[in-house]
Write a protein that binds this ligand. Structure first.
Ligand SMILES: Cc1cc2nc3c(=O)[nH]c(=O)nc-3n(C[C@H](O)[C@H](O)[C@H](O)COP(=O)(O)O)c2cc1C
Length: 389
């Protein structure tokens, strides 16, 4: 099964395999607080056998919320409800991760299925003004988006600390892997890109200055996030707007020296093109970005993006193009994907990575020759070669 052939430890944390559920927004929080939906959602992936489940982009301050349904971690009140998710994921022998994020100029929007556009002022949103989008510079994402307020220098410093405090809360909530969202055209990426960052202070201008925000965030996070816990950063390694693999590899080297262990290699988002569409729609479309960063920055990487099949994932690992494999939309389709991949790859004991509540029954049925392959592989009884008893 993907990653069983190699050691899977990152700092003090061991993964049972290299399959990762990447952060995937549910747009279902209430005033930043998780609901039963989040528990069910994280829970089903952990029970499905993934090595690591990363909870969606959780916002380090109110102004950073993308939609009314974003999760928050800007106050200690979030620790206890988030701890339920971490606890349940760990009870399923998976590792609990969480992504910290801030939407910057893309904040205050509708949910994707409501059009993914700026929200209109409404009396339901009591703190409308406190939720004003901020960014490195007063430059809109595109014509249809509002012009954000440029952050004052002291506000940038405060925000750096906000990420640090959020990391402390994530630790207190029991998460063992932390990912910083530096991709997809959100706040950190807005600082990295010349297109959105035209500051004249030490956070803008040269490449080193544009990298300062995420570098300081990493330092602040590492003072609160324990040494034995891994730290990931997600980057748009190629954003098709001036930031590419060379810059990303240079940044990865800097971040590695500050205590980052894994670069999660994504792309896009600083322009109107949605990250999950990509420039070329093909299997593994972002894997070359992962390979580039891994080779040039000598750092562990996670590959993501249209990785759908078990053998596809296994080959990426064998070719040393990545250290971890994130399966996003396909695991929405099939939360038991790790079990499915184990079956397809002929791994011994494919049901042992899922809880006995269902793994036991599937295992005993398989011993009798039934259901040894998921039904989705077959055309029904004829192909399965079994008659209804
Ligand atoms: C519903 C949904 C929500 C997402 N939310 C996030 C998120 O919170 N943070 C993030 O970095 N990426 C997010 N993504 C991007 C995914 O993590 C992943 O990179 C992307 O879906 C490509 O991988 P895939 O082809 O395996 O789905 C989201 C994707 C989807 C489909």
């Amino acid at each position: 099964m993907p990653g069983n052939a190699v050691t899977r430890g990152v700092r003090g944390v061991e993964l049972r395999n290299r399959i990762v559920v990447p952060p995937m927004h549910q747009y279902s929080a209430i005033k930043g607080f998780p609901t039963d939906w989040h528990l069910m959602n994280a829970g089903k992936f952990a029970a499905g056998g993934a090595g690591l489940v990363v909870v969606e982009s959780t916002k380090v301050e109110r102004r950073g919320c993308g939609t009314v349904g974003d999760l928050g971690i800007w106050d200690d009140a979030f620790v206890e409800p988030l701890s339920r998710l971490a606890k349940f994921i760990k009870q399923q022998n998976s590792v609990a991760g969480i992504q910290l994020g801030h939407s910057g100029r893309k904040a205050r929007a509708t949910r994707p299925w409501e059009g993914d556009r700026p929200l209109q002022r409404s009396p339901d949103i009591e703190d409308w003004d406190a939720w004003s989008p901020v960014a490195p510079s007063a430059i809109a994402h595109s014509e249809k988006w509002p012009v954000p307020k440029a952050l004052e220098r002291h506000e940038v410093k405060d925000l750096v600390q906000a990420w640090g405090h959020a990391a402390r809360r994530a630790h207190e909530a029991g998460f063992d892997v932390l990912e910083l969202h530096g991709a997809h055209g959100y706040l950190v990426h807005q600082f990295l890109s010349e297109r959105s960052n035209q500051r004249s202070d030490e956070y803008g201008g040269s490449e080193a200055n544009r990298m300062r925000f995420i570098t300081e965030i990493t330092e602040a996070v590492r003072t609160h996030w324990p040494d034995h816990k891994p730290l990931f950063v997600r980057l748009s390694v190629e954003d098709n707007a001036g930031w590419g693999p060379e810059q990303s590899a240079r940044l990865a080297k800097t971040l590695k020296a500050k205590g980052v262990d894994v670069i999660d290699c994504s792309s896009g988002g600083i322009t109107e093109m949605a990250p999950i569409l990509g420039k070329e729609i093909k299997y593994s479309y972002q894997v070359p970005l992962s390979e580039y960063v891994k080779r040039h920055a000598d750092i562990m990487t996670m590959a993501v993006g249209l990785i759908i099949h078990g053998d596809q994932a296994e080959q990426i690992l064998r070719d040393k193009q990545a250290d971890l494999i994130a399966v996003g939309r396909e695991i929405l389709n099939n939360p038991n994907w790790p079990m499915d991949a184990a079956l397809k790859l002929g791994v011994d004991g494919p049901f042992r990575n899922v809880p006995p509540q269902f793994g036991y029954w599937l295992g005993t049925r398989a011993k009798r020759g039934f259901g040894t392959q998921p039904s989705t592989w077959q055309n029904g009884l004829q192909e399965a070669g079994k008659a209804i008893p």
